[in-house]
Design a binder for this molecule. Structure first.
Ligand code: GDP
Length: 299
C-alpha cells in the first residue's frame, strides 16, 4: 500500500489541492458541487464517477459547511464502490495445460515488462511458464523477452524478425504442450497505426490457438498505460473489439498524475483489473486492490 500511495502521490496531491481550493470555508451548494465535478473530471475519473461523488455528497451534506477532508473521505468510498467489481485475482485454469495468456496493447504500454513480471510471479509460485515472442516486428521486444525468460527460468519461443506471429504462436503452443508447461504467455505487436493488419494478425493468432484448444487463449490481457490519460479509454475499446480482451493490467501507476483514468476505465468497461504496474522492476506488479487504490488516490 505504501508503494501505491507513493506512486499515486502526484495524482492524489493534484486532486486534494484542487478539492481544497473548492472547499475553503464554503458551503456545499450548486456552485461548489459544480466546481467539484469539474475537478473530478479533470482528474480523469470520468463523468459517471464524478456524478456519483457529487450526488453522494449532496444527499447528506447539501447546504452545510464541508471540509475538504470530508469530501475526500466520501470520494474514497464512492471510488471504491466503482472499483470493487473489477478488482479480482487472475485465475488460471490449469486443467488446460497450458493455460494460454495472450498479452495485447499499444506499443510502449508495458506488455513485455508485464509479461516478465508475471512470469516471475508464476514461476515463484511453482508453475512452469513458457514465453512466446509474438511481437515479431521489433528486435528489441524479442531481446527483452529473452532477458525476462533467462531471469525467470522460462523458455522463450522466438522466431526471426518479421516472421508470422500466428505461426510462432502455433509453435509455442505445441512446445508448451510437449514440455508440459502450466502457462504459455504470448507477447504480441501493438501497432495501432495499421488497425486492419493488427486485427488480422490477432485474429489469426486466436484462430490458430483455437485449433488446438477451442477455449484458448484463456486469458486475453491488455496492458494500459496510466500516463496516457483519456486516450486509454479508446485503447481499451479498440482492443476489446479486435482481440476480445477479458482482463487488464494498468501500468505506470508510479509517479503519474493521471491515475484517475483507472476509475474511468473501470466504470466504462467493467473489465477485471488483475494487476497494476508500479515500476520497472520485477517486483513492481501488484494485485489490484479497490480499497487501497481508492484510499491512495483520495489522499
Ligand atoms: P511494450 O512495448 O508494450 O512491450 O512495452 P515495454 O514492456 O517495452 O515497456 C515500455 C517502457 O515502459 C519500458 O521502459 C518499461 O520499463 C516501462 N514500464 C513498463 N511498466 C512500467 C511501470 O509499471 N512503471 C514504470 N515506471 N515503467 C514501466
Amino acid at each position: 500500500f505504501q508503494r501505491l500511495r507513493q506512486g499515486l502521490s502526484r495524482s492524489s496531491k493534484e486532486l486534494s489541492g484542487s478539492i481544497a481550493g473548492v472547499f475553503t470555508k464554503r458551503k456545499l451548494d450548486e456552485e461548489t458541487l459544480e466546481e467539484l465535478e469539474d475537478v473530478l473530471i479533470r482528474a480523469d475519473l470520468g463523468m459517471e464517477t464524478a456524478l456519483r461523488v457529487t450526488d453522494a455528497l449532496a444527499s447528506t451534506r447539501y447546504g452545510k459547511d464541508v471540509s475538504d477532508a470530508e469530501v475526500r473521505a466520501i470520494m474514497a468510498v464512492e471510488i471504491e464502490k466503482v472499483l470493487k467489481p473489477v478488482a479480482m485475482p487472475l485465475e488460471l485454469d490449469l486443467s488446460h495445460k497450458p493455460h494460454v495468456i495472450l498479452v495485447v496493447g499499444v506499443n510502449g504500454t508495458g506488455k513485455t515488462t508485464t509479461i516478465g513480471k508475471l512470469a516471475a510471479k508464476l514461476t515463484d509460485g511453482g508453475l512452469s511458464v513458457m514465453l512466446a515472442a509474438g511481437d515479431t516486428f521489433r528486435a528489441a521486444a524479442i531481446e527483452q523477452l529473452k532477458i525476462w525468460g533467462e531471469r525467470t527460468n522460462s523458455p522463450v519461443v522466438a522466431s526471426k524478425l518479421g516472421a508470422d506471429a500466428a505461426g510462432l504462436a502455433f509453435d509455442a503452443f505445441v512446445k508448451a504442450k510437449e514440455a508440459g508447461s502450466d502457462v504459455l504467455i504470448i507477447d504480441t505487436a501493438g501497432r495501432l497505426q495499421n488497425k486492419a493488419e493488427l486485427m488480422a494478425e490477432l485474429e489469426k493468432i486466436v484462430r490458430v490457438l483455437n485449433k488446438h484448444d477451442p477455449e484458448a487463449p484463456h486469458t486475453v490481457l491488455q496492458t494500459v498505460d496510466a500516463t496516457t490519460g483519456q486516450n486509454a479509454l479508446n485503447q481499451v475499446e479498440i482492443f476489446r473489439n479486435i482481440a476480445g480482451v477479458n482482463g487488464l493490467v494498468m501500468t505506470k501507476l508510479d509517479g503519474t498524475a493521471r491515475g484517475g483514468i483507472l476509475v474511468a476505465i473501470a466504470a466504462k468497461h467493467k473489465l477485471p483489473v488483475y494487476f497494476i504496474g508500479v515500476g520497472e522492476q520485477v517486483d513492481d506488479l501488484e494485485p489490484f486492490s479497490a480499497s487501497d487504490f481508492a484510499k491512495a488516490i483520495a489522499g
